[in-house]
Design a protein around this ligand. Structure first.
Ligand code: PL4
Length: 409
């Protein structure tokens, strides 16, 4: 038989979200009477909005006609969609040739890890979306977890804590590394300021490194002072790639559509433009995003689509406000619980001093029948934290808040 891929064998545990789902399943099986509400996984719940549905439907109808039918499309995406992303979301600071359409941010993160291979160091914000670390281990850019250690060999964990306002100490960035940075952040809900991103770009360039900037939640930013993209920062075109998604702005978590921006100036040590290899990789191992999904994405970027996107993201932000209010209630305050995030981001990050994340997860599941996500699952610095997701129907979020307000800690 074939040997097991040693990189995959290096993974220390199962992927976080299936683990949460498994615990929920086990609990539900043991307590069939429990009406469980999920504020766990960041999965959208509200229906697609009318104008975007029209965009999707029109494409389906077109594909059903002899004159309108088309098969495989351009692997890098529909030119009209690339142009619209460049114009509407980036106000022209990136060109359409630098925008690559994909089937989602998570898939592109995996392909970027493949692009850079095993010969790089990796630095992550700690806590972080688990794909950055687990995917790095899978491609051999990181090793196993040494005995007694809390993290993988070859990964530099940059703690983002209450003490540093969830912005890491950049002096930890190793030379020639891939630096994963997510803003608005999953899971902390923190959003980096323009000055913070300027210092990140400066630090990364000084270390001949590259930022993989995940802006999957940019559509949740309401403060006009906060940057929507790393490319608003001078010098970023020489050191950054941005990954983003239609999942959270318009509920395409199941439809699947995202994009990645690779600026023309970004180059490898031998001078080869990264965009050359990215184009080669995408045209070789990716066959293009669904034409139907792309039509829906396109509809979301005209005037009506932008209005609907705003309404949908406002809905989840209102949920976040309700959750934050519940977590600021007397029972939580008396227990010294601290609440962060949730104003320019759909996640509320909550610290339970002196307690373990999985212990609080179990307590909330058992007494409130509410599923959340244990902070420890996002990295060592997430211990004692719980992430609450604001993706949920309003009535369910309200009910979850009522139950949380009765939680005895
Ligand atoms: C559960 C920072 C959620 N099974 O939908 P995509 O692939 O365009 O975007 C995925 C993504 C990318 N970047 C960040 C994200 O937070 C997410 C989605 N994260 C969460 O609860 O943290 C859904 C997770 C899913 C997964 O593993 O991605």
């Amino acid at each position: 038989m074939l040997n097991r891929n040693k990189n995959i064998a290096n993974l220390a545990s199962g992927y976080l979200f299936p683990e949460v789902a498994k615990r929920r399943r086990l609990y539900a099986a043991a307590h069939p009477e429990a009406n469980i509400i999920s504020l766990g996984i960041g999965n959208t719940t509200e229906p697609l909005t009318p104008h975007i549905v029209e965009g999707l439907k029109a494409e389906v109808v077109r594909l059903g006609t002899p004159e309108g039918y088309s098969g495989y499309g351009d692997e890098t995406g529909l030119t009209a969609l690339r142009a619209k992303i460049s114009e509407v979301l980036y106000k022209g600071i990136v060109s359409l040739e630098e925008v690559f359409i994909s089937d989602g941010a998570k898939c592109d993160i995996g392909r970027l890890q493949y692009l850079f291979g095993s010969d790089v160091s990796v630095a992550v914000q700690d806590p972080a979306y688990p794909v950055y670390v687990d995917g790095s281990v899978m491609v051999g850019a990181a090793g196993s977890v040494p005995a007694g250690a809390t993290g993988y060999k070859g990964i530099t964990y940059m703690p983002c804590t209450t003490e540093n306002g969830f912005f890491p100490n950049l002096s930890a960035i190793p030379r020639n590394s891939l630096v994963y940075f997510c803003s608005p952040n999953n899971p902390t809900g923190a959003v980096a300021t323009r000055d913070q991103l300027a210092s990140l770009v400066k630090a990364v360039r000084a270390k001949d490194s590259v930022i993989l900037y995940d802006s999957a939640y940019a559509s949740y930013i309401r403060d006009p002072e906060l940057p929507l993209s790393i490319f608003e920062i001078e010098g970023a075109r020489e050191c950054a790639i941005e990954i983003s998604s239609f999942s959270k702005p318009i509920g395409f978590t199941g439809v699947r559509l995202g994009w990645t921006v690779v600026p023309k100036e970004l180059a490898f040590a031998d001078g080869t433009p990264v965009i050359t290899d990215w184009t080669r990789l995408m045209t070789t191992i990716f066959n293009g995003a669904s034409n139907i999904a792309q039509a829906g994405g396109l509809a979301s970027l005209d005037e009506q689509g932008i209005r609907e996107t705003r309404e949908l993201t406002d809905y989840y932000l209102e949920n976040a406000k309700l959750i934050r209010n519940a977590l600021n209630g007397e029972n939580f305050r008396k227990a010294g619980v601290e609440v962060y995030g949730g104003d320019n981001a759909p996640y509320v990050w909550t610290r339970f001093p002196g307690r373990k994340s999985w212990e609080i997860f179990d307590l909330i599941l058992d007494t409130c029948h509410v599923v959340c996500t244990p902070g420890a699952g996002f990295g060592p610095a997430g211990e004692s934290f719980i992430r609450f997701s604001s993706f949920g129907h309003r009535s369910q979020v309200e009910e979850a808040c009522r139950r949380l307000s009765k939680l005895v800690l």
